[in-house]
Design a protein around this ligand. Structure first.
Ligand SMILES: Cc1cc2nc3c(=O)[nH]c(=O)nc-3n(C[C@H](O)[C@H](O)[C@H](O)COP(=O)(O)O)c2cc1C
Length: 378
């Protein structure tokens, strides 16, 4: 393989099943076991973490480098999930959602370094500044949108200082430390990589200054390239260089027709008459996420006609209508999906976070059928 590219899969911290609809999830998520659940019920020693461990192990067998551990209001806490999964796996890295506002940098560094020791340096941070104001307020965070990014920037600056060792002092606008800094053996761990997202101006400024990887949800290629160009210039002005990651849902089957059938199956099951539920990660429900607003604009709720949402070769923007989350998915034969993802590598992405329901079976499918085809083409 000529080019260094890392492939991550998503751990479904939010529940899982064959459908994207949470009503049909049957893998023993945090809800009381329902009649259709195929997992043991509450009260047994088996728990949802056992299912997440199966997904994590499937990722290893399937050749993924790592797994995203996302956070949302109802989900399990990602760092604790990652700690448990680290002991169930051997090689998988964990890109763990982490919200700087909620834990002081010194304590976060201690937690991060401890997890590096537990996992053999397999932790990366997916720094989440705030999906939306309502979700932040639910956690007791009332800072306005741009101030949240100001806090993230200073938090990351302190983190860098803490990994230089003790004594570390910091007198900033939001954080003050005296005689801080990690001491051995925590100091000798690898500082987790900083994966970063957010499409607002405030987010881009912090990304340019502190991120290792800037993550995007799939948008038309020209828009993503314009964003990369801007960020490259902003980072270069600071003597830095960014890498780029793409988070995208995949519908891959032997033939293109079968893959579209799978997307259509989700579409046909969706109840378009039901009001769209508030989703803390999107602009629905009064959120202030610029990234989510860009996704909503791409969805353009035009009709209930499936074909209206096919917006390019193997690109379907209907996904965001049938479940909360990013809007555009890639739909195609194994070879077509590999070709599309290879095009994104050529466009400058070197990290991919892929996902599909059910995460267990689809991790194996994508690992067997799609990843080798991409690796062969690089
Ligand atoms: C790849 C990716 C993963 C994300 N994961 C999460 C997540 O797990 N939880 C969350 O609340 N927000 C998540 N977000 C949202 C963003 O981090 C960001 O907070 C949000 O888009 C608001 O920022 P903005 O207004 O600058 O766009 C993710 C965004 C991207 C692109």
């Amino acid at each position: 393989m000529g080019q260094q590219v890392e492939f991550f899969w998503r751990i479904p911290t939010h529940g899982d099943g064959r459908s994207v609809s949470s009503k049909a999830w049957n893998r023993g998520d945090w809800k009381t076991a329902t009649s259709h659940s195929i997992a043991p019920g509450n009260g047994d020693s088996w728990g949802y973490i056992d299912y997440m461990a199966m997904v994590a192990k499937a990722c290893e067998v399937a050749g993924f480098d790592g797994a995203l551990v996302p956070t949302s209001l109802p989900s399990d806490e990602p760092l604790m999930v990652a700690a448990a999964l680290a002991r169930e796996t051997r090689t998988l890295r964990f890109m763990t959602a982490f919200q700087p506002g909620f834990i002081t940098p010194a304590y976060a560094a201690k937690m991060g370094a401890t997890l590096q020791r537990i996992s053999g340096n397999r932790l990366e941070w997916n720094v989440i500044t705030g999906g939306s104001a309502p979700a932040q307020r639910a956690y007791g965070d009332f800072l306005p949108h741009d101030d949240r990014y100001g806090r993230t920037g200073e938090w990351l600056e302190v983190i860098e200082g803490l990994w230089r060792g003790s004594p570390f002092d910091h007198q900033g606008e939001r954080f003050q430390l005296e005689g801080g800094g990690l001491s051995t053996p925590l100091l000798h761990t690898r500082k987790p990589g900083v994966y970063f997202s957010g499409s607002s101006e405030a987010a881009l400024a912090v990304a340019a200054r502190h991120a290792d990887f800037y993550l995007m949800w799939l948008e038309p290629l020209a828009d993503m390239q314009a964003m990369m160009q801007r960020l490259n210039q902003m980072a270069q002005a600071q003597g830095r260089q960014l890498k780029y990651g793409l988070r995208v849902d995949i519908f891959a089957r032997e033939t293109e027709a079968e893959a579209w059938d799978e997307a259509r199956r989700l579409w046909d099951k969706h109840d378009f008459s039901a009001p769209r539920k508030a989703n803390p990660m999107t602009s629905v429900g009064g959120g202030d996420s610029v990234g989510a607003q860009r996704q909503a604009a791409l969805r353009q709720e035009k009709s209930e006609n499936f074909a209206d949402y096919i917006i390019g070769p193997n690109l379907w923007s209907g996904l965001g209508l049938v479940r909360p989350g990013p809007t555009i998915g890639i739909v195609g034969s194994y070879q077509q999906v590999a070709d599309r993802l290879t095009e994104y590598v050529r466009a400058g992405f070197s990290n991919f976070i892929l996902a599909a329901n059910p995460h267990l079976e689809e991790a194996i499918r994508i690992g067997e059928e799609v990843l080798p085809r991409i690796r062969e083409q690089l």
